[in-house]
Structures are given as C-alpha cells and as structure tokens.
Design a protein around this ligand. Structure first.
Ligand SMILES: Cc1cc2nc3c(=O)[nH]c(=O)nc-3n(C[C@H](O)[C@H](O)[C@H](O)COP(=O)(O)O)c2cc1C
Length: 381
C-alpha cells in the first residue's frame, strides 16, 4: 500500500481497527458540522505565490514557548491512544522526538506520563483535565513536573463530553461497561480485526487512566463522562495551577477573541485556537476562521497556536500566514498510529514535512518565519 497523503492513513486505520475504535478517532459531535468545516474551511483560503525567485532550501524550523522545533507542527493531546496501538502514547511521543517536535500527552491516556516522557528525546507538554478534583489533578501536575514536562496545556472546552453519536451507535458504552449480554451485538466488529485484537490483548486489554490516580487506583474508562462533568475548568483554576506549576501554561480551546484576552490577562503563556477537532460543541466556527480575530486581539502579547482540520502541510502554512506560530495535529497522526504504529506516525510526519517544504518553495518563501498574510487571501469569509 502506498501512502501519499493523510487520507491514505485514514483508510488504513479503518481497515485495521474495530469500527468503534476507528470512529472514536474519526467522529465528531452531533451533526459533525464543525468536524467537516474545520478541514473544509482551509479550501476558502488561496495562495498568492511569488514566482521566478531563487530561494535557498526553505527553513521550516521555528520556536514555540522558546523551544526550537524542526517544523511548525506539534502532536496534539489525543486521549486513549493506547487503544489504537500498544503503548500508543509512548510510541507517538518517541516519533515526535525523533522528528524534532513536541508531543502533548492527554490526561486521559493509557500510558503512564513518566513512561511517555522517557520515550521521547524532544519536549513534551502535559494536557490537563481536572478529573477527580483539584487534589487529584495536583498530583498529576507534580508528577508531570518531576518527569520533565516543559508546559501544561489546559483544555477549557470540555465542560461535559460532547455528544459523539457514532460512539453510541457502535456500542462504546456497552463495551466499556464490560457487561457481556449488552456487549454481544458489538462483538463481531472486534473479532473481525484479529490483528488489532492480538495487539490490544498483548498490551493488557482494556486500558485504565494511570495519570488520574484516585484513592482506589487509576480512573476507569467508564468514569470519564462523569468525571469531566464534575471538573469543569474555570479561570479561577488558572490561579491555583500557577501556584504549583512555574513553567509555561497553554490554554487550549479558545474560540472567541474575548477568551483569548482573558487567558492572557490571567497569565497564559500561549493560546490554542481549538474546538477539540469538532468533538465538543457542534456548529461553532471552524478554527481557521476564528484565528484572525484571536491574532488581532492577543497576537502581540502571546503566541497563538491553532488546531482543527489540518490534513496537509499547506493547511499549516495557511494558518501560519494568518498569524499562528505553529499548529497542532490530532487525527493526522492518530490515523498513522492506528494504521501502522511508529512507522505510521513517522510517515505521516514525513508527508506533512515534505508538504511544508514544497509549499514554501512554490510560494517563493525562504522560511516559515517569513510567512505572512500577503501570501494568502480569504475568498469566502
Ligand atoms: C481521538 C481524539 C481524542 C482526543 N482527546 C483529547 C484529549 O484527551 N484532550 C484534549 O485536550 N484534546 C483531545 N482531542 C482534541 C485534539 O487535541 C485536537 O484538538 C483535535 O484533534 C484537532 O483536530 P484534528 O483532529 O482535526 O487535527 C482529541 C482528539 C481526537 C481525534
């Protein structure tokens, strides 16, 4: 199988995973309007290249929060990656480090945060949910500090879990609850993927969340919804987090300029324009459309990052032209991980890297740091 673009990895992931796991990655909330729009809205932006200019090989490296990275693409927090591939979080982090970029580890991951940090030679950020309350979260923060995570990334768009209709249809609840009779109708989709099943069972079977240590042990899978609903993040939380974490804090899930201003006023070191990849509130604007407002509001005071819908290097270039310092990718590496483990993540990043290089060459721009709004126009908004 030849993998030419991210969509090829998506198809390969679909073939290897049980339907419920594939659609957990692939799906979005409710009517999936935002999921689709996040990616489609990049089509509303056109390039204006400078032709007949001889430029040196384009420089793709940049810095985020002072850390040099080899390209302006960071691996976003993707929960439960251990379900996609054995030790999935550590595998993805290792490849991110080899590629010279940052890996963000979700609180809701199946691999211990210490093991994930040890697996990468690059910087890692710890994404924080307050599952279990402040005391439990504080333990996670202290562990992240001791393990060497260089930033906390606080997700603010998850007051409750989004309504992922595909997950309900696929029996995710029944399977997580592990009650045999309700599970029976959904077993064929699992048994029809023996390759995945072998890896899953060999890796210990149904994962728990070892980075949320409750008094009676790691948080269980079926507790996620309740725990999220009981632990809504508010601006007040930023203050106590600041008291126990002296490294940078990134606020993820900014969708309006006012929240970007608030985040910076409250001491955020960077913001991520994000709608959780269309998995939370449906029918919000695609992130690339929100970006110019946020850059206008806080771009001179903080670093603005963006995620949502990045499937090609040219999407990242468009976001940078509109003021993002770098972008995060979620599904664009999760499909690769699910399809082929480390090799899949590596090849996905290689494809995006080659896209970036080629796009800059064709734009006649020598460096991602020189990209600006003159290289693009917004055609339909
Ligand atoms: C399967 C999956 C799980 C995710 N889990 C988390 C998570 O645990 N914490 C979080 O802040 N964001 C999570 N996200 C959102 C991503 O960090 C990111 O915002 C989103 O994937 C970007 O959109 P994209 O997938 O189109 O690149 C998840 C996304 C996916 C696809």
């Amino acid at each position: 199988m030849t993998f030419v673009n991210i969509e090829d990895f998506r198809r390969a992931a679909r073939r290897r995973l049980p339907r419920s796991v594939f659609e957990y990655i692939d799906g979005g909330a409710e009517g999936e309007v935002t999921l689709r729009e996040n990616a489609r809205a990049f089509e509303d932006i056109s390039f204006h290249p400078r032709s007949a200019v001889a430029i040196p090989p384009p420089e793709l490296g940049t810095t985020v929060l002072g850390a040099p990275i080899s390209m302006p693409i960071i691996l976003a927090p993707v929960g439960s990656s251990r379900m996609f591939w054995p030790r999935g979080e550590a595998v993805a982090a290792g490849v991110a480090g080899e590629a010279g970029t940052i890996y963000c580890l979700s609180t809701l991951s199946g691999t211990r945060l210490e093991e994930v940090k040890a697996a990468t030679r690059g910087p890692a950020w710890f994404q924080l949910y307050l599952c279990g309350g402040r005391d439990i979260a504080a333990q996670g923060i202290q562990r992240a500090k001791a393990a060497g995570y260089s930033a906390l990334i606080l997700t603010i768009d998850t007051a409750v879990a989004g309504m992922r209709e595909r997950d309900l249809r696929n029996g995710s609840r029944e399977m997580i609850a592990r009650k045999l009779v309700p599970m029976l109708p959904h077993l064929p989709q699992i048994l029809s993927r023996p390759g995945w099943l072998r890896g899953f069972l060999g890796d210990g079977g149904m994962m728990k969340f070892p980075n949320v240590m409750l008094p009676d042990g790691p948080m269980l899978y079926n507790d996620v919804g309740t725990m999220l609903a009981q632990s809504t993040v508010t601006w007040d939380d930023l203050k106590w987090i600041r008291q126990i974490w002296d490294r940078p804090i990134v606020i993820k899930g900014v969708q309006i300029a006012d929240d970007a201003r608030r985040a910076v006023d409250e001491g955020a070191d960077a913001v991520v324009v994000s709608n959780h990849g269309g998995r939370q509130l449906d029918s919000v604007w695609p992130t690339i459309r929100v970006l110019p407002d946020v850059v206008k509001a806080v771009g001179d005071r903080t670093e603005v990052l963006l995620d949502g819908g990045i499937r090609r290097g040219s999407d990242a270039v468009k976001a940078i032209c509109l003021g993002a310092k770098a972008v995060l990718i979620g599904r664009a590496y999760a499909y690769g991980l699910a399809a082929a483990g480390a090799a899949g993540v590596r090849q996905s990043l290689d494809i995006l890297h080659a896209d970036l290089y080629r796009t800059l060459k064709l734009l006649g721009c020598a460096s991602v740091r020189e990209l600006n709004a003159s290289y693009v126009s917004r055609d339909r908004w």
